[in-house]
Ligand binder design. Structure first.
Ligand code: CO
Ligand code: CO
Ligand code: CO
Length: 348
């Protein structure tokens, strides 16, 4: 059967990044809920804005659970499926867990759009899940005007080896394992501003699993870990700084950014989610005077399926970085924990 040609990203009604509800709005909603009854087996829950929930089954075993789905971020359905799966599975790696099973979450205009497109999305997701060693055990689908795809993923972790985003210690080095600029690049893609080569580059960054980075990280003294997604690099750094009651320093020149991100930001392709992120963090981040608004936005750019952000013991940082680079991971040492405090970031 011949596949219908559609610009998938044009089907997103918002035209934005198809990403999360902003941190300010979401925080308000969550805070308005009655507090849940405490459960001693819930090791990581709603209260710490971490990547996934962790629930202890016994002294040796805890389950890690997460869910993520969004509107098409690229036009190629197979790549969209791969990215959505890599993104959903990533939260398990960010918690130090091993992903095991997944459920597909599907919204699709089944009467108006070629079914072959959905088949391609699901084939991409299945291939990515297989690469991660994840078994897809089922799913749920609804007929919806706007296509959406994602996964609920379950993994396991030893209760004492959970990597949260709250344990960074004074002196730790901060390492990021993928370049940023994804939100600006994909907004530019929707607006037909990218070359084939650039589409390929950003697609590869998003569809790369954090599996290998997580495996390498597991052998080091990592005090805190998260993955960079919708709230952007500074948003996730700030969550980590606040959760760790620490102050971070970040060196802008060391943060890997996809080529032409700045140029496309100058042309106006900065997604609304990125600006929301900036507004949410700016009170707790000190920017140097020479850093203009565009550069500040780039550091807050809403990411889909970003890299791991790791706080590692200072004396192991160089070796960890070396091992990442040796494995072909685009990692960089971007900053350090410079003090104790209520959560503040100094950009230099
Ligand atoms: Co995450
Ligand atoms: Co996060
Ligand atoms: Co997530």
């Amino acid at each position: 059967m011949e596949q219908q040609t559609v610009k998938l990203t044009a089907l997103s009604s918002k035209g934005g990044c198809g990403c999360k509800i902003g941190p300010a709005d979401l925080g308000q909603v969550v805070r308005s809920l009655p507090p849940a009854k405490p459960n001693p087996n819930l090791l990581v829950g709603l209260d710490t804005s971490d990547d996934a929930g962790v629930y202890k089954l016994n002294d040796e075993l805890a389950i890690v659970q997460t869910v993520d789905f969004f509107t098409p971020i690229v036009d190629d359905p197979y790549s969209f499926g791969q990215i959505a799966a890599a993104n959903a599975i990533s939260d398990i790696y960010a918690m130090g867990g091993t992903p095991l099973t997944a459920l597909n979450i599907v919204a699709f205009p089944i009467t108006t759009l070629d079914k072959q497109i959905l088949a391609e999305i699901m084939r991409g997701a299945a291939d990515k899940a297989a690469e991660a060693g994840v078994t897809i055990v089922g799913g749920h689908s609804i007929d919806d005007k706007e296509p959406k795809f994602g996964m609920a993923v379950t993994g396991v972790v030893h209760p004492e080896q959970v990597r949260t985003n709250t344990g960074a210690k004074l002196g730790d080095k901060l390492i990021l394992t993928k370049p940023i600029g994804v939100g600006i690049m994909t907004t530019s893609l929707k607006n037909n501003q990218l070359s084939e080569q650039e589409i390929d580059r950003v697609t590869k960054v998003m569809s790369a699993l954090n599996r290998q980075a997580a495996e390498i990280m597991s052998k080091y003294t990592v005090h805190a870990c998260t993955d960079v997604t919708g709230f952007g690099l500074l948003g996730h750094l700030l969550e980590m700084a606040k959760g760790s009651k620490a102050e971070f320093s970040v060196h802008r020149d060391r943060v890997p950014v996809l080529p032409r991100t700045r140029e496309l930001a100058e042309l106006g392709f900065v997604p609304g989610g990125t600006k929301n992120n900036y507004n949410h963090i700016k009170a707790d981040v000190v920017f140097p005077e020479e850093l203009d608004q565009l550069d500040q936005w780039i550091l807050c750019d809403a990411v889909t399926s970003g890299g791991l952000l790791i706080a590692v013991a200072a004396d192991e940082a160089e070796q960890l970085l070396e091992q990442f680079v040796h494995a072909g991971i685009e990692a960089a040492l971007i900053g350090e924990v410079i003090g104790e405090g209520q959560g503040r970031i100094y950009v230099s």
